[in-house]
Design a protein around this ligand. Structure first.
Ligand code: XMP
Length: 538
């Protein structure tokens, strides 16, 4: 078994790697997280994996037969906004509870269990939203073993369980919710009203660990090292001795996908890095240095900046800009693929969250993906896809990257859109404006890194608007561009908050940008969240 420890920034370190025999994959015995419409369903699946146990998100329509066929280790029922008494409330097949597979119900999931298993749920006066005190029954609880009897937790509910299911014992309560957790050890049924998956429940991960390791008996084996081993084996079996192509963008997903494939099939892989000239400072040098020099992955670096600049000359409409860049990208990529010839597979950095969103499971939680995938590849290319990250969440991709030896600055790189700086320049993209934005962006990121804030932010970048304003510098009037600082925190880019950057850091950034970038005389801060704004400006 692999021992894991998590450091302050959430990176898991494995003391020892797991040995797998061929064909022995973690997804052959998953923990199934049933999505009952809660906003935290994906987060629960991630948290289970953080405990070292492979999990997947599934729809509430899953049948007992499917659960058995998947050889599921456990079922976790997520929260959800509905009331169990509502006609359209999501339900599960009650026979799921009779399979002998351990079940943990969280929030709405707990209420559904209570209702199905002979307990009762009611709308009491006990609505609780936010932090709540939790009193644990001192003796013998499985979920709360070795934890303080008095602790806090995060609640979000209007209805409450007012009678636990037959055979279940109440093991925790809050002032407003007498039945805040129940356990039926013999029937392997557990329920918690609070949210163990959110950071505001300090012992939440302990509750999940006790359920997974002690109740379910699932060892902590899903680690970056195990993922690498499984994926490499799978890619080898899939690809055989065929040739494989991968488009590198400089982002972490395509980098990790490429390294996995390279580890599996070596020089059968060729990477193509289309440099459209809209990259950040030093990006091309970094990518070439990492892949060509460090990992010795066969790499074709195409400097196509003149072609791309020509395609955006005079274009001010954001959609037209995106379209032109997207089309040109495909053209350049196809030319290179033709030149290489005889390629059978194409590597794509599709993540598990993309699989879920594109209907990999029919979720109840409504999601709108506003993201225009420029930098995407032609869908009419006659190539079969290899998607080595299909099972992984973004944070797992980073861990796998670190496991493969990818440098920290690549592993923790903020997401960068396919069209690059071109969609952060409002209005016309020119060499002069690109230079100004690139210089300002480099200063911004330099100061954010120096302040130790880089990893706390989902994205941080500079935007160059299409207005100019009057200033005065060294007794001279200036008429120059402003730079807008965009810094956001986010879990998944679907929603985002503007980040509270310390004033001292903002002050240094502003002074440096105005002093060091001649085309700029003003710095502004974007304080809009998403929605209603988006993260990018175009
Ligand atoms: P928005 O601006 O829609 O962006 O809030 C959400 C996330 O998607 C990234 N983004 C892109 N990524 N190709 C990409 O690969 C694109 O065309 C693209 N446009 C936006 C954006 O940086 C943010 O992380």
């Amino acid at each position: 078994m692999t021992e894991t420890a998590t450091d302050a920034v959430g990176v898991r370190h494995e003391a020892e790697s797991t040995t797998l025999t061929p064909g022995d994959h973690h997804e052959d015995a998953p923990v199934l997280v049933v999505d009952l419409g809660g906003q935290y369903a994906q987060l629960i699946a991630r948290r289970v994996r953080e405990c070292g146990v492979y999990s997947e998100l599934v729809s509430s329509a899953i049948t007992p037969g499917e659960v058995s066929a998947r050889n599921a280790r456990a079922i976790v029922l997520s929260g959800g906004p509905a009331s169990v008494y509502a006609d359209d409330a999501p339900r599960v097949d009650p026979d799921l509870f009779e399979l002998g597979v351990p079940v943990l119900g969280i929030c709405y999931g707990m209420q559904l269990m209570a209702q199905e298993l002979g307990g009762a749920v009611d709308r009491t006066d006990a609505a609780e939203f936010g932090r709540a005190d939790l009193s644990v029954v001192p003796d013998g609880s499985q979920l709360f073993r070795d934890q303080p009897n008095e602790q806090t937790c995060w609640m979000s509910h209007r209805d409450s369980v007012v009678a636990a299911p037959a055979g279940a014992r109440v093991v925790a309560s809050s002032p407003a919710t007498p039945i805040a957790a129940f356990e039926d050890v013999d029937a392997h049924r557990y329920g918690v009203q609070f949210h163990p998956e959110v950071v505001h429940t300090p012992y939440g991960m302990d509750v999940l660990r006790h359920f997974l390791h002690d109740v379910v008996g699932a060892p902590a084996e899903w680690t970056a090292a195990a993922v690498v081993e499984e994926e490499v084996e799978r890619i080898r079996a899939h690809v055989g001795d065929a040739k494989v192509l991968c488009a590198l963008s400089g982002g972490v997903d395509s980098a990790v996908a490429a390294l996995l494939v390279h580890k599996a099939v070596g020089e059968q892989l060729t990477c193509v890095f289309v440099d459209h000239g809209f990259l950040r400072a030093d990006e091309a040098v970094n990518v070439v240095g990492t892949f060509d020099e460090h990992f010795q992955v066969p790499l074709v670096h195409v400097d196509a900046s003149d072609r791309f600049l020509a395609r955006v000359a005079g274009v001010v409409d954001p959609e037209e800009k995106r379209r032109n860049i997207g089309e040109e990208f495909i053209r350049v990529f196809e030319e290179e693929a033709r030149r290489l010839g005889d390629i059978r597979y194409l590597v794509q950095g599709t993540l598990y969250s993309d699989v879920i969103e594109s209907g990999g499971h029919a979720g109840v939680a409504a999601k709108i993906k506003s993201h225009h995938n420029v930098g995407g590849l032609p869908d009419d290319m006659d190539l079969e896809l290899v998607e080595p990250l299909r099972l992984l969440f973004k944070d797992e991709v980073r861990r796998v990257g670190a496991e493969l030896g990818l440098a920290e600055n690549m592993v923790w790189r903020h997401p960068f859109p396919g069209p690059g700086l071109a969609i952060r320049i409002i209005g016309e993209v020119t060499v002069e404006r690109l230079d100004a934005l690139r210089a300002a962006d480099a200063i911004l990121l330099d100061e954010i890194r120096k302040a130790g804030l880089y990893r706390e932010l989902w994205q941080c970048f500079a935007v160059l608007p299409a207005v100019r304003s009057v200033g005065v510098q060294g007794d001279e009037r200036t008429y120059a561009y402003p730079i807008v600082i965009r810094a956001v925190t986010s879990e998944d880019a679907m929603t985002a908050d503007w980040a509270y950057l310390p004033h001292e850091v903002l002050q240094v950034i502003s002074t440096r940008i105005i002093n060091e970038v001649p085309q700029v005389n003003r710095v502004a801060l974007d304080i809009s969240s998403k929605p209603p704004a988006t993260i990018e400006w175009e």
